[in-house]
Every structure is written in C-alpha cells, then in structure tokens.
Design a protein around this ligand. Structure first.
Ligand SMILES: Nc1ncnc2c1ncn2[C@@H]1O[C@H](COP(=O)(O)OP(=O)(O)OP(=O)(O)O)[C@@H](O)[C@H]1O
Ligand SMILES: [Mg+2]
Length: 377
C-alpha cells in the first residue's frame, strides 16, 4: 500500500488524517454501538435490515448488551412509541413522525435509518420549492442532449436510490412540500414502483425499502397531506418530554454530546443551570409555574427542548471561552432572552412580567434573576 504524501495547504505539513466531519452521520458517530448490536443480535431480521427490530429499538432507547457493551439512549421517551415506529418500518406502510417543533422527529428519523439500513443520508429536505425531481429523478442535461434519454443520463433521487437498494429513504418536513409533489409518493408507497415514462420503464422497489417522513404539527394546513397519501403512512406522534426531570436529562445528554465535538467542557457542574433553563422554558410554554400556583403568559416562540439545548450549549461556550469553564446564570441569560423574546414588543412584556412575578420571588434564584435583569435592560 502506498502512503499518500499530500500536504496540508494551511500548514505545509504532511496531512496525516482526513479532517473530521463537523457533524458525523449517526451511522458513523455510533458505528461502534451498531457493530456491537449487530454482533449480539440473534433475532430474525427483515430482509436487508442490518439489525432486528428489537436491536433497532435497543439502539434508540439504550441498554446494555450481554457482553457489557453500553448502548447510549438516543431517544428519551415512551418505549412503545419507538416499538411502533420500528415495527411500522418492517411492514409495507411508511412511517410519519409528527409533533411540535423540537420533539426529535429529525433526530429519530436519522437514527432509525442508520440502524435499519446503515445509511441515514438518503434524504429529501422538504421545502415549498421541492420539485418532483427531488422525489423521482432528474436528468444530466449534457448527457441527455448528447445521447438522448438513457439510464446513464438519469439522475436518481434519494427515494429512487433507496428503492433500488432496498433501503430507508427519509423525507423531511413532508407537509411543506407542494401537494402535487407530495403526491408523487403515492405510487411509490402503494405500488412500490417509480414509473420512468421517458425510458418506457420503471424502477421496482426491492424488499427492505421504506420511507420515514417527518412533519411539524404547526405547519399542518400549509399543505395538509392528501388523504390518499396519509393512508399510506402510519403516524407516530412524538410528545414533548413529560416531566421536567426527563427534559433535563435530554438537554444534559445532548449538550454533553454536542460539547464533545466542539471541545467544550462537560456540563456536569452546570446541572443547576440546565435545570433552571428547562424550568423557565416549561413554565413559559405551559403558561403556569411548576407548582401550579401562578399563571404566566406564554411568549410567541416555541421554547422547545431543542432550543433549551442550544441555549445551554451557547452558555457552555461562553463559560469555556470567557469564564472559568463552569456554566453559570450569566452564561445562559442572554440565550434565554433570545429564545423567549422573538417578537420585540409583546414578548418583552411577557418576559419582564415573568421575571418580576416568578423569578425574582424564587428561593435560591437571586443570581439568576440578576443575570437576567442585566441582559434584559
Ligand atoms: N425526547 C428526546 N430525546 C432525545 N433527544 C431529544 C428529545 N427531544 C428533543 N431532543 C433533541 O432535540 C434536538 C432537536 O431535535 P430535532 O431537530 O430532531 O427536532 P424536530 O422535531 O425535527 O424539530 P423541527 O420540527 O423543528 O424540525 C435534537 O438534538 C434531539 O436530540
Ligand atoms: Mg426536524
């Protein structure tokens, strides 16, 4: 084998390792866990699945294998939800993950595809501008003009590639896609074929093919799914974390994982701060304080778990670069303000009322109140 002698243009030194991806795909980030699961897994696997449904659920929910390998939980939530989602993928129905923003729909979809097919990248990102080619196939125009329509000139979509290889395709934000483009999925999901009239042919899905779509509750109505399409999906609703403890655990775990890839300190010592961010978010979201005694107004933002994660990650970066590395109230205050005050006029009033009526009076929250006052102005 010959060693590559490439040099790094920035330093002039021999480049030794390929640069690490900023955000590796799930199948790469958790390759060791997936390999250990596959080795330990002696249950029947549906055709072309890398793992049995049981092992896929274990990968998502976490657990310990007989050989002592620890599988970290990816999704924190009701086990049944994961079991239904995984089982759906083994049937001829597609899976629709529905929920309010930040309930881990995209996250679960990526990990399901990684565990089932070993590849989470066969992805269509749905937007109002998503065209039919993104769902079916496009053409390489140079080839098309030179040689006419042929299989070589055809550029398959991620869905078509998943059909050919018997893998999991992902469609993100399905309800944002224009209705006529959405409907191209009907034939794919019911007939399991994709017609290619230009070549007088079709692509037939190989066993193992399925689709995971995600859709945001709040977008519903923009392009409501046609009932014909909806009937091809099993819908699984991902809930908001039920208890504050569950939400704190999710935030702490994800911040820890994200922080590792950004070289940030562990959030362990900042646990109190995480708890406070989650408390504030939940109270504002629910419109009532945790003890159920005081009603508060809700701001216009969603204040999802995902936003709590980014507030804490941002705070940790502040603590690392400008503080002593320990997360404190002053590090999260500005992030909270940014997440809560989306509408500068109305939300600011809501926030100020909450600060004075709830935060100020709360036992042991003086430093937090002061930090929030300081950034609120
Ligand atoms: N129950 C949960 N278990 C584990 N992680 C969670 C949970 N809820 C939220 N998260 C985390 O929140 C982050 C955001 O999730 P994700 O982007 O998948 O949300 P989404 O539902 O797709 O939101 P959107 O509707 O905005 O697209 C992820 O990092 C995910 O790990
Ligand atoms: Mg999403």
């Amino acid at each position: 084998m010959t060693q590559s002698q490439a040099t790094d243009p920035a330093t002039g030194q021999p480049a030794e390792e390929p640069a690490a991806a900023l955000r590796p795909h799930a199948e790469d980030a958790f390759a060791a866990e997936l390999t250990a699961l596959a080795a330990a897994d002696d249950r029947p696997r549906p055709e072309r699945w890398r793992l049995s449904p049981w092992a896929v659920a274990t990968y998502l929910l976490g657990g310990e294998l007989e050989d002592g390998t620890v599988i970290t939980p990816k999704y924190v939530g009701p086990r049944r939800i994961v079991e239904v989602a995984v089982t759906t993928l083994a049937t001829d129905r597609a899976l629709l993950l529905l929920g309010v923003p930040g309930t881990a729909k995209t996250w679960v979809s990526e990990h399901l595809a990684a565990a089932v097919s070993g590849d989470s990248t066969l992805l269509v990102q749905g937007t109002a501008g998503t065209a039919e080619e993104a769902m079916r196939y496009g053409w390489n125009y140079a080839q098309l003009l030179a040689h006419g329509p042929s299989r070589d000139a055809l550029v398959p979509s991620p869905v078509m590639r998943a059909m050919e290889r018997g893998m999991t395709a992902r469609v993100e934000e399905l309800t944002r896609i224009p209705a006529d483009v959405q409907d191209t999925l009907i034939t794919v999901l019911s007939e399991k074929t994709l017609p290619i009239p230009e070549l007088a042919g079709e692509v037939q899905a190989v066993r193992g093919f399925n689709v995971i779509a995600t859709a945001n509750d709040r977008d519903r109505g923009v392009n409501e799914l046609s009932s014909a399409l909806r009937r091809r999906f099993n819908t699984v609703v991902l809930p908001l974390p039920e208890t504050p403890e569950a939400e704190v655990e999710i935030v702490a775990r994800r911040v820890d994982q994200l922080g590792t890839s950004l070289d940030l300190p562990s959030p362990a010592e900042g646990f109190d701060e995480i708890r406070r961010v989650v408390t504030v978010f939940r109270e504002l979201r629910d419109g009532v304080t945790a003890d159920g005694r005081t009603k508060v107004k809700s701001p216009s933002g969603t204040l999802s778990t995902a936003e709590a994660i980014s507030v804490v990650t941002g705070g940790l970066a502040l603590a690392a670069h400008f503080g002593d590395g320990v997360l404190r109230a002053g590090d999260v205050a500005a992030g909270i303000l940014g997440a809560v005050v989306r509408d500068p006029a109305a939300d600011r009033v809501v926030w100020q009322e909450y600060l004075e009526a709830v935060v100020r009076e709360r036992e042991g929250w003086k430093d937090f109140y002061r930090a929030c006052r300081e950034v609120t102005g």
